[in-house]
Write a protein that binds this ligand. Structure first.
Ligand code: GLC
Length: 516
Protein backbone atom coordinates (compact mmCIF):
# COMPACT_ATOMS: atom_id res chain seq x y z
CA UNK A 1 0.00 0.00 0.00
CA UNK A 2 1.16 3.50 -0.79
CA UNK A 3 2.56 5.20 2.29
CA UNK A 4 2.83 2.07 4.38
CA UNK A 5 6.64 2.09 4.40
CA UNK A 6 6.91 5.33 6.32
CA UNK A 7 3.92 4.62 8.55
CA UNK A 8 5.08 1.18 9.54
CA UNK A 9 8.83 1.60 9.36
CA UNK A 10 11.43 2.62 11.91
CA UNK A 11 13.62 5.59 10.96
CA UNK A 12 17.23 6.22 11.89
CA UNK A 13 19.01 9.56 11.69
CA UNK A 14 22.63 9.65 10.53
CA UNK A 15 24.78 12.68 11.21
CA UNK A 16 27.25 12.01 8.40
CA UNK A 17 30.30 13.70 9.96
CA UNK A 18 30.10 11.27 12.85
CA UNK A 19 28.98 7.90 11.53
CA UNK A 20 31.97 6.35 9.78
CA UNK A 21 35.10 7.84 8.24
CA UNK A 22 36.41 5.90 5.25
CA UNK A 23 39.46 7.95 4.23
CA UNK A 24 41.19 8.74 7.52
CA UNK A 25 40.56 12.49 7.56
CA UNK A 26 38.71 12.24 10.86
CA UNK A 27 35.33 13.18 9.39
CA UNK A 28 32.63 10.67 8.48
CA UNK A 29 31.60 10.36 4.83
CA UNK A 30 29.14 8.72 2.45
CA UNK A 31 31.38 5.74 1.66
CA UNK A 32 31.61 5.20 5.43
CA UNK A 33 27.83 5.10 5.74
CA UNK A 34 27.66 2.54 2.92
CA UNK A 35 30.22 0.41 4.73
CA UNK A 36 28.09 0.39 7.87
CA UNK A 37 24.70 -0.31 6.31
CA UNK A 38 24.82 -3.90 7.53
CA UNK A 39 24.70 -2.64 11.10
CA UNK A 40 21.41 -0.95 10.24
CA UNK A 41 19.79 -3.78 8.34
CA UNK A 42 21.44 -6.86 6.88
CA UNK A 43 18.19 -8.80 6.79
CA UNK A 44 19.08 -10.89 9.86
CA UNK A 45 18.40 -10.46 13.60
CA UNK A 46 22.08 -9.54 14.05
CA UNK A 47 21.40 -6.05 12.71
CA UNK A 48 19.30 -3.25 14.16
CA UNK A 49 16.60 -3.82 11.56
CA UNK A 50 15.54 -0.26 10.73
CA UNK A 51 13.65 0.57 7.53
CA UNK A 52 14.76 4.06 6.58
CA UNK A 53 17.56 6.52 7.18
CA UNK A 54 17.53 10.30 7.25
CA UNK A 55 20.98 11.68 6.51
CA UNK A 56 21.75 15.20 7.74
CA UNK A 57 23.14 17.51 4.98
CA UNK A 58 26.12 16.41 2.91
CA UNK A 59 25.90 19.08 0.19
CA UNK A 60 28.65 21.52 -0.70
CA UNK A 61 29.03 23.82 2.25
CA UNK A 62 31.53 26.13 3.96
CA UNK A 63 30.49 24.21 7.13
CA UNK A 64 29.78 27.22 9.30
CA UNK A 65 26.77 25.23 10.53
CA UNK A 66 28.22 21.86 9.45
CA UNK A 67 26.22 21.50 6.28
CA UNK A 68 23.09 23.44 7.22
CA UNK A 69 24.68 26.26 5.21
CA UNK A 70 24.45 24.95 1.66
CA UNK A 71 26.43 26.50 -1.18
CA UNK A 72 25.33 23.98 -3.82
CA UNK A 73 22.16 21.93 -3.39
CA UNK A 74 23.07 19.61 -6.23
CA UNK A 75 26.53 18.45 -5.28
CA UNK A 76 28.24 16.58 -2.47
CA UNK A 77 30.80 18.36 -0.34
CA UNK A 78 34.26 16.86 -0.99
CA UNK A 79 34.52 16.07 2.76
CA UNK A 80 31.70 13.58 2.27
CA UNK A 81 32.59 12.25 -1.18
CA UNK A 82 31.04 12.54 -4.62
CA UNK A 83 27.68 12.13 -6.33
CA UNK A 84 28.97 8.69 -7.36
CA UNK A 85 29.42 7.81 -3.67
CA UNK A 86 25.87 8.98 -3.05
CA UNK A 87 24.47 6.82 -5.85
CA UNK A 88 26.32 3.81 -4.48
CA UNK A 89 25.00 4.49 -0.99
CA UNK A 90 21.46 4.77 -2.31
CA UNK A 91 21.77 1.58 -4.29
CA UNK A 92 23.26 -0.38 -1.40
CA UNK A 93 20.62 0.95 0.99
CA UNK A 94 17.80 0.02 -1.37
CA UNK A 95 19.31 -3.42 -1.87
CA UNK A 96 18.87 -3.96 1.87
CA UNK A 97 15.33 -2.58 1.88
CA UNK A 98 16.44 0.66 3.55
CA UNK A 99 14.75 3.85 2.27
CA UNK A 100 16.71 7.07 2.19
CA UNK A 101 15.63 10.59 3.16
CA UNK A 102 17.93 13.48 2.44
CA UNK A 103 17.88 16.75 4.35
CA UNK A 104 16.51 19.72 2.44
CA UNK A 105 17.50 23.15 3.76
CA UNK A 106 15.21 25.68 2.05
CA UNK A 107 14.90 28.46 4.64
CA UNK A 108 18.40 29.77 3.96
CA UNK A 109 21.49 29.13 1.89
CA UNK A 110 25.15 29.72 2.62
CA UNK A 111 26.39 33.25 1.97
CA UNK A 112 28.73 31.52 -0.49
CA UNK A 113 25.86 30.16 -2.59
CA UNK A 114 26.06 31.74 -6.08
CA UNK A 115 22.47 33.01 -5.60
CA UNK A 116 23.53 35.08 -2.61
CA UNK A 117 26.82 36.15 -4.13
CA UNK A 118 24.80 37.59 -7.01
CA UNK A 119 22.11 38.96 -4.75
CA UNK A 120 24.53 40.97 -2.65
CA UNK A 121 26.51 42.23 -5.67
CA UNK A 122 24.21 45.22 -6.28
CA UNK A 123 20.77 46.58 -5.44
CA UNK A 124 19.53 46.00 -8.96
CA UNK A 125 20.90 42.52 -9.50
CA UNK A 126 18.14 40.17 -10.79
CA UNK A 127 18.71 37.93 -7.75
CA UNK A 128 18.46 40.80 -5.25
CA UNK A 129 14.91 39.82 -4.45
CA UNK A 130 15.81 36.15 -3.86
CA UNK A 131 16.81 37.15 -0.32
CA UNK A 132 15.30 39.59 2.17
CA UNK A 133 16.98 42.98 1.93
CA UNK A 134 15.85 46.14 3.72
CA UNK A 135 17.03 49.66 4.43
CA UNK A 136 18.33 50.58 7.88
CA UNK A 137 15.85 51.98 10.38
CA UNK A 138 17.14 54.89 12.42
CA UNK A 139 20.68 53.83 11.59
CA UNK A 140 20.13 50.26 12.84
CA UNK A 141 18.48 47.00 11.75
CA UNK A 142 15.10 47.21 9.93
CA UNK A 143 13.16 45.69 12.86
CA UNK A 144 13.48 43.85 16.17
CA UNK A 145 13.59 40.26 14.89
CA UNK A 146 16.16 38.07 16.57
CA UNK A 147 18.34 35.25 15.32
CA UNK A 148 17.92 31.74 16.73
CA UNK A 149 21.65 31.33 17.24
CA UNK A 150 22.84 33.76 19.85
CA UNK A 151 19.34 34.07 21.33
CA UNK A 152 20.87 34.58 24.75
CA UNK A 153 22.95 37.49 23.47
CA UNK A 154 19.75 38.81 21.83
CA UNK A 155 21.47 38.92 18.48
CA UNK A 156 19.62 40.63 15.67
CA UNK A 157 18.46 38.57 12.68
CA UNK A 158 19.87 41.28 10.41
CA UNK A 159 23.36 42.02 9.15
CA UNK A 160 24.40 45.16 7.32
CA UNK A 161 26.04 44.77 3.94
CA UNK A 162 28.18 47.91 3.77
CA UNK A 163 28.75 47.71 0.00
CA UNK A 164 25.06 48.21 -0.83
CA UNK A 165 24.01 49.93 2.39
CA UNK A 166 21.17 47.50 3.17
CA UNK A 167 20.59 44.81 5.76
CA UNK A 168 19.88 41.17 4.90
CA UNK A 169 17.85 38.76 6.99
CA UNK A 170 19.28 35.59 8.55
CA UNK A 171 17.53 33.68 11.30
CA UNK A 172 20.62 31.63 12.00
CA UNK A 173 24.23 32.73 11.34
CA UNK A 174 25.05 35.80 9.24
CA UNK A 175 26.59 33.21 6.89
CA UNK A 176 23.09 31.69 6.43
CA UNK A 177 21.01 34.37 4.66
CA UNK A 178 17.26 33.63 4.52
CA UNK A 179 15.73 33.10 1.11
CA UNK A 180 12.75 35.27 0.18
CA UNK A 181 9.86 32.81 0.04
CA UNK A 182 7.47 35.42 -1.38
CA UNK A 183 9.44 35.16 -4.59
CA UNK A 184 8.01 32.66 -7.08
CA UNK A 185 11.44 32.16 -8.65
CA UNK A 186 12.82 30.96 -5.31
CA UNK A 187 9.90 28.56 -4.95
CA UNK A 188 10.54 27.17 -8.41
CA UNK A 189 14.29 26.84 -7.78
CA UNK A 190 13.67 24.73 -4.68
CA UNK A 191 11.06 22.60 -6.49
CA UNK A 192 13.82 21.82 -8.96
CA UNK A 193 16.25 20.90 -6.20
CA UNK A 194 13.66 18.45 -4.90
CA UNK A 195 13.18 16.95 -8.35
CA UNK A 196 16.95 16.64 -8.75
CA UNK A 197 17.12 14.30 -5.73
CA UNK A 198 13.81 12.56 -6.41
CA UNK A 199 15.01 11.80 -9.95
CA UNK A 200 18.17 10.32 -8.43
CA UNK A 201 15.97 7.95 -6.48
CA UNK A 202 15.73 9.27 -2.93
CA UNK A 203 12.61 8.27 -1.04
CA UNK A 204 11.99 11.70 0.37
CA UNK A 205 13.17 14.55 2.55
CA UNK A 206 13.54 15.77 6.06
CA UNK A 207 12.88 19.48 5.64
CA UNK A 208 14.83 21.90 7.78
CA UNK A 209 13.10 24.81 9.58
CA UNK A 210 9.95 24.07 7.59
CA UNK A 211 7.75 26.20 9.85
CA UNK A 212 9.60 29.40 9.12
CA UNK A 213 10.35 30.14 5.44
CA UNK A 214 7.84 32.97 4.91
CA UNK A 215 8.24 36.17 6.91
CA UNK A 216 6.00 39.20 7.21
CA UNK A 217 6.27 41.13 4.00
CA UNK A 218 5.93 44.47 5.82
CA UNK A 219 8.71 43.43 8.22
CA UNK A 220 6.67 44.51 11.23
CA UNK A 221 8.30 44.46 14.67
CA UNK A 222 7.45 41.48 16.83
CA UNK A 223 5.22 42.46 19.74
CA UNK A 224 6.57 42.45 23.28
CA UNK A 225 4.59 40.48 25.78
CA UNK A 226 5.57 40.09 29.42
CA UNK A 227 9.04 41.40 28.63
CA UNK A 228 9.42 38.67 26.01
CA UNK A 229 9.27 39.13 22.29
CA UNK A 230 6.81 36.87 20.54
CA UNK A 231 8.03 35.87 17.07
CA UNK A 232 4.67 36.59 15.51
CA UNK A 233 5.85 38.03 12.23
CA UNK A 234 8.79 35.82 11.30
CA UNK A 235 7.70 32.33 12.40
CA UNK A 236 4.82 30.08 11.34
CA UNK A 237 2.88 32.45 9.12
CA UNK A 238 -0.19 30.93 7.48
CA UNK A 239 1.44 31.21 4.06
CA UNK A 240 3.87 28.46 5.01
CA UNK A 241 1.10 25.91 4.49
CA UNK A 242 0.77 26.98 0.89
CA UNK A 243 4.42 26.06 0.39
CA UNK A 244 3.97 22.71 2.06
CA UNK A 245 1.06 21.97 -0.28
CA UNK A 246 3.25 22.90 -3.20
CA UNK A 247 5.98 20.52 -2.01
CA UNK A 248 3.42 17.77 -1.60
CA UNK A 249 2.46 18.22 -5.23
CA UNK A 250 6.11 17.85 -6.23
CA UNK A 251 6.41 14.65 -4.15
CA UNK A 252 3.22 13.32 -5.70
CA UNK A 253 4.72 13.63 -9.18
CA UNK A 254 6.66 10.55 -8.08
CA UNK A 255 5.67 7.19 -6.76
CA UNK A 256 5.34 6.83 -2.99
CA UNK A 257 7.80 9.47 -1.75
CA UNK A 258 7.39 11.44 1.46
CA UNK A 259 8.71 14.28 3.58
CA UNK A 260 8.89 14.96 7.27
CA UNK A 261 8.98 18.58 8.31
CA UNK A 262 11.01 20.12 11.11
CA UNK A 263 8.36 22.19 12.86
CA UNK A 264 9.17 23.51 16.28
CA UNK A 265 5.62 24.41 17.39
CA UNK A 266 5.30 23.81 21.08
CA UNK A 267 1.54 23.60 20.95
CA UNK A 268 0.23 20.37 19.45
CA UNK A 269 -2.91 22.20 18.36
CA UNK A 270 -0.64 24.25 16.13
CA UNK A 271 1.47 21.33 15.00
CA UNK A 272 -1.54 19.37 13.81
CA UNK A 273 -2.28 22.03 11.20
CA UNK A 274 0.78 20.83 9.25
CA UNK A 275 -1.07 17.67 8.24
CA UNK A 276 -3.49 19.90 6.34
CA UNK A 277 -6.17 18.03 4.53
CA UNK A 278 -3.75 15.24 3.66
CA UNK A 279 -2.39 17.69 1.13
CA UNK A 280 0.70 18.96 3.01
CA UNK A 281 3.88 17.09 3.95
CA UNK A 282 3.20 13.61 5.30
CA UNK A 283 4.37 14.33 8.85
CA UNK A 284 5.65 17.21 10.95
CA UNK A 285 8.11 16.10 13.63
CA UNK A 286 6.56 15.93 17.06
CA UNK A 287 9.39 17.14 19.32
CA UNK A 288 7.33 17.24 22.48
CA UNK A 289 8.99 14.21 24.08
CA UNK A 290 12.26 16.13 24.02
CA UNK A 291 10.77 18.76 26.29
CA UNK A 292 9.17 16.57 28.95
CA UNK A 293 10.58 15.99 32.41
CA UNK A 294 10.72 12.34 33.49
CA UNK A 295 7.05 11.99 34.38
CA UNK A 296 4.49 9.37 33.35
CA UNK A 297 1.74 11.97 33.50
CA UNK A 298 3.57 14.38 31.22
CA UNK A 299 4.39 11.81 28.54
CA UNK A 300 0.88 10.40 28.74
CA UNK A 301 -0.58 13.88 28.33
CA UNK A 302 1.45 14.43 25.14
CA UNK A 303 0.33 11.11 23.65
CA UNK A 304 -3.32 11.53 24.62
CA UNK A 305 -3.55 15.06 23.34
CA UNK A 306 -1.88 14.05 20.09
CA UNK A 307 -4.18 11.05 19.64
CA UNK A 308 -7.18 13.29 20.27
CA UNK A 309 -6.08 16.03 17.87
CA UNK A 310 -4.98 13.94 14.90
CA UNK A 311 -7.49 13.71 12.08
CA UNK A 312 -8.16 10.29 10.63
CA UNK A 313 -5.73 10.66 7.72
CA UNK A 314 -2.82 11.83 9.87
CA UNK A 315 -0.11 9.50 11.13
CA UNK A 316 1.93 10.42 14.24
CA UNK A 317 5.67 10.22 14.84
CA UNK A 318 7.85 10.46 17.92
CA UNK A 319 11.50 11.00 18.67
CA UNK A 320 13.73 11.12 21.73
CA UNK A 321 16.92 12.72 20.38
CA UNK A 322 18.50 14.45 17.42
CA UNK A 323 21.60 16.40 16.44
CA UNK A 324 20.31 19.56 18.15
CA UNK A 325 19.41 18.11 21.54
CA UNK A 326 21.00 16.39 24.47
CA UNK A 327 20.89 12.59 24.11
CA UNK A 328 18.20 10.52 25.84
CA UNK A 329 20.71 8.52 27.90
CA UNK A 330 22.12 11.79 29.24
CA UNK A 331 18.75 13.34 29.95
CA UNK A 332 17.30 10.29 31.66
CA UNK A 333 20.20 8.01 32.67
CA UNK A 334 20.74 4.47 31.34
CA UNK A 335 17.93 2.65 33.14
CA UNK A 336 15.27 5.17 32.22
CA UNK A 337 16.57 5.49 28.66
CA UNK A 338 15.54 1.87 28.19
CA UNK A 339 12.03 2.64 29.41
CA UNK A 340 11.91 5.59 27.00
CA UNK A 341 13.03 3.34 24.13
CA UNK A 342 10.29 0.83 24.97
CA UNK A 343 7.77 3.67 24.84
CA UNK A 344 9.12 5.08 21.56
CA UNK A 345 9.02 1.69 19.84
CA UNK A 346 5.58 0.62 21.07
CA UNK A 347 3.53 3.78 20.57
CA UNK A 348 1.29 4.36 17.58
CA UNK A 349 3.52 6.46 15.33
CA UNK A 350 6.72 6.31 13.35
CA UNK A 351 9.77 6.20 15.66
CA UNK A 352 12.88 8.22 14.77
CA UNK A 353 16.09 6.95 16.36
CA UNK A 354 19.20 9.15 16.46
CA UNK A 355 22.45 7.28 15.67
CA UNK A 356 24.14 5.85 18.74
CA UNK A 357 20.95 5.79 20.81
CA UNK A 358 20.78 2.04 20.20
CA UNK A 359 23.95 1.57 22.24
CA UNK A 360 23.19 4.24 24.82
CA UNK A 361 25.66 6.88 23.70
CA UNK A 362 25.70 9.89 26.01
CA UNK A 363 26.59 13.56 25.53
CA UNK A 364 30.32 14.15 25.71
CA UNK A 365 31.84 17.09 27.57
CA UNK A 366 33.94 18.88 24.97
CA UNK A 367 37.10 20.63 26.17
CA UNK A 368 36.93 24.35 25.28
CA UNK A 369 39.76 24.12 22.73
CA UNK A 370 37.83 21.50 20.76
CA UNK A 371 34.45 23.21 20.59
CA UNK A 372 33.47 23.70 16.96
CA UNK A 373 29.70 24.28 16.91
CA UNK A 374 28.25 27.78 17.12
CA UNK A 375 25.38 26.69 19.32
CA UNK A 376 26.79 24.27 21.90
CA UNK A 377 25.70 21.05 20.17
CA UNK A 378 29.03 19.22 19.81
CA UNK A 379 28.38 17.01 22.84
CA UNK A 380 25.55 15.11 21.15
CA UNK A 381 27.36 14.81 17.81
CA UNK A 382 30.45 12.81 18.78
CA UNK A 383 31.54 9.89 16.58
CA UNK A 384 29.69 6.59 16.56
CA UNK A 385 31.25 3.96 18.77
CA UNK A 386 31.74 0.75 16.81
CA UNK A 387 34.32 -1.33 18.64
CA UNK A 388 37.28 -1.28 21.03
CA UNK A 389 39.95 -0.43 18.45
CA UNK A 390 41.50 3.09 18.46
CA UNK A 391 38.85 5.78 17.95
CA UNK A 392 36.27 3.05 18.45
CA UNK A 393 36.56 2.04 14.78
CA UNK A 394 35.22 5.40 13.60
CA UNK A 395 38.39 6.70 11.98
CA UNK A 396 42.08 5.96 11.55
CA UNK A 397 42.72 9.73 11.72
CA UNK A 398 42.08 12.27 14.45
CA UNK A 399 38.30 12.47 14.88
CA UNK A 400 36.82 15.92 14.26
CA UNK A 401 35.22 15.77 17.71
CA UNK A 402 36.65 13.86 20.67
CA UNK A 403 35.50 10.27 21.12
CA UNK A 404 33.43 9.58 24.22
CA UNK A 405 35.69 8.59 27.13
CA UNK A 406 33.69 5.36 27.53
CA UNK A 407 33.89 4.42 23.83
CA UNK A 408 36.19 1.43 24.45
CA UNK A 409 33.49 -0.09 26.64
CA UNK A 410 30.25 1.26 25.17
CA UNK A 411 30.20 0.18 21.54
CA UNK A 412 28.39 -1.94 18.99
CA UNK A 413 30.87 -4.84 19.09
CA UNK A 414 30.69 -5.12 22.87
CA UNK A 415 26.90 -5.20 22.81
CA UNK A 416 26.36 -7.39 19.77
CA UNK A 417 26.64 -10.75 21.52
CA UNK A 418 25.32 -9.64 24.90
CA UNK A 419 21.62 -10.54 25.15
CA UNK A 420 21.22 -8.07 28.02
CA UNK A 421 22.65 -5.11 26.12
CA UNK A 422 20.69 -2.06 25.03
CA UNK A 423 21.52 -2.90 21.41
CA UNK A 424 19.95 -6.35 21.85
CA UNK A 425 16.93 -4.70 23.45
CA UNK A 426 16.49 -2.36 20.46
CA UNK A 427 16.92 -5.21 17.98
CA UNK A 428 14.32 -7.35 19.72
CA UNK A 429 11.83 -4.53 19.99
CA UNK A 430 12.17 -3.50 16.36
CA UNK A 431 11.68 -7.10 15.26
CA UNK A 432 8.65 -7.46 17.49
CA UNK A 433 7.21 -4.28 16.05
CA UNK A 434 7.75 -5.48 12.51
CA UNK A 435 6.16 -8.82 13.25
CA UNK A 436 3.05 -7.41 14.88
CA UNK A 437 0.27 -5.49 13.12
CA UNK A 438 -0.91 -4.34 16.58
CA UNK A 439 2.41 -2.64 17.36
CA UNK A 440 3.04 -1.42 13.83
CA UNK A 441 -0.27 0.10 12.98
CA UNK A 442 -2.84 -0.91 15.57
CA UNK A 443 -5.00 1.38 17.69
CA UNK A 444 -3.85 3.07 20.89
CA UNK A 445 -5.74 3.20 24.17
CA UNK A 446 -4.55 4.49 27.55
CA UNK A 447 -5.04 2.12 30.47
CA UNK A 448 -5.84 3.19 34.01
CA UNK A 449 -2.63 3.04 36.06
CA UNK A 450 -1.35 4.20 39.44
CA UNK A 451 0.43 7.54 39.78
CA UNK A 452 3.79 7.54 38.02
CA UNK A 453 2.89 4.72 35.63
CA UNK A 454 2.03 5.15 31.96
CA UNK A 455 0.18 2.13 30.58
CA UNK A 456 -1.53 1.51 27.27
CA UNK A 457 -2.85 -1.09 24.87
CA UNK A 458 -2.03 -1.49 21.19
CA UNK A 459 -4.50 -3.55 19.29
CA UNK A 460 -5.20 -4.82 15.80
CA UNK A 461 -7.15 -7.72 14.44
CA UNK A 462 -5.57 -10.87 15.76
CA UNK A 463 -3.28 -9.26 18.30
CA UNK A 464 -3.16 -7.15 21.42
CA UNK A 465 -0.22 -5.84 23.43
CA UNK A 466 -0.06 -4.10 26.78
CA UNK A 467 2.73 -1.75 27.80
CA UNK A 468 3.41 -0.64 31.37
CA UNK A 469 6.06 1.99 32.08
CA UNK A 470 7.05 2.88 35.62
CA UNK A 471 8.52 6.38 35.76
CA UNK A 472 9.05 6.34 39.52
CA UNK A 473 11.85 5.15 41.79
CA UNK A 474 9.44 2.90 43.67
CA UNK A 475 7.84 -0.41 42.77
CA UNK A 476 4.29 0.02 41.44
CA UNK A 477 1.54 -2.58 41.37
CA UNK A 478 -0.17 -2.77 37.99
CA UNK A 479 -2.36 -5.08 35.91
CA UNK A 480 -3.60 -5.23 32.34
CA UNK A 481 -7.12 -6.27 33.37
CA UNK A 482 -6.92 -9.44 31.30
CA UNK A 483 -4.59 -12.43 31.11
CA UNK A 484 -1.18 -11.23 30.00
CA UNK A 485 2.03 -12.96 29.10
CA UNK A 486 5.36 -11.17 29.51
CA UNK A 487 7.16 -10.59 26.21
CA UNK A 488 9.97 -8.40 27.42
CA UNK A 489 11.10 -6.17 30.23
CA UNK A 490 13.60 -3.33 30.36
CA UNK A 491 15.11 -5.06 33.40
CA UNK A 492 17.38 -7.95 32.65
CA UNK A 493 16.79 -9.30 36.15
CA UNK A 494 12.98 -9.62 36.10
CA UNK A 495 12.07 -12.85 37.84
CA UNK A 496 8.91 -14.77 38.49
CA UNK A 497 6.16 -16.04 36.27
CA UNK A 498 5.73 -14.91 32.70
CA UNK A 499 1.97 -14.92 33.35
CA UNK A 500 1.19 -11.42 34.55
CA UNK A 501 -1.95 -10.94 36.60
CA UNK A 502 -1.56 -8.11 39.05
CA UNK A 503 2.19 -7.64 39.29
CA UNK A 504 4.89 -5.26 40.50
CA UNK A 505 6.79 -3.07 38.10
CA UNK A 506 10.26 -2.48 39.53
CA UNK A 507 11.47 1.15 39.85
CA UNK A 508 11.95 2.59 36.35
CA UNK A 509 10.97 -0.66 34.72
CA UNK A 510 8.88 -1.06 31.59
CA UNK A 511 7.26 -4.23 30.30
CA UNK A 512 5.65 -5.34 27.10
CA UNK A 513 3.05 -8.09 27.42
CA UNK A 514 0.90 -10.02 25.02
CA UNK A 515 -2.75 -9.78 26.08
CA UNK A 516 -5.34 -12.42 25.40
C1 GLC B 1 17.65 23.15 12.09
C2 GLC B 1 18.73 22.10 12.20
C3 GLC B 1 19.90 22.69 12.91
C4 GLC B 1 20.43 23.85 12.10
C5 GLC B 1 19.32 24.88 11.85
C6 GLC B 1 19.70 25.85 10.80
O1 GLC B 1 17.11 23.49 13.30
O2 GLC B 1 18.23 20.95 12.81
O3 GLC B 1 20.92 21.75 13.11
O4 GLC B 1 21.49 24.45 12.74
O5 GLC B 1 18.14 24.27 11.41
O6 GLC B 1 19.71 25.23 9.53
Amino acid sequence: MRGSWWREGVFYQIYPRSFQDSNGDGVGDLAGITRRLDHLNDGTPASLGIDAIWISPFYRSPMKDFGYDVSDYRDIDPTFGTLGDFDRLLEEAHRRGIRVLVDLVPNHTSDQHPWFVESRSSRDNPKRNWYVWADPRRGGPPNNWRAVFGAREKRSAWTLDPATGQYYLHHFLPEQPDLNWWNEEVRRAIDDVMRFWLDRGVDGFRIDVAHSLVKDQRLRDNPRLFAKRRPRHNWELDEVHEIHRRWRRVLDEYDDRMAVAEVSSRKLANLVRYYGNDDELQMPFNFNFLRQPWSAERFRAVVEEWERLLPHHAWPDYTLSNHDRSRAASRYGPRRARVAALMLLTLRGTPFIYYGEEIGMTDVTIPPERIVDVDGRDGERTPMQWDATPNAGFSTGRPWLPMAPDAQRVNVAAQRDDPGSLFSFYRRLIRLRHGSPALRSGSYRTLPAPRGVFAYVREAEGGRYGVGLNFTDRARRVGFARPARLVLSTSTDREGSAELGEFDLAPNEGVLAQLS
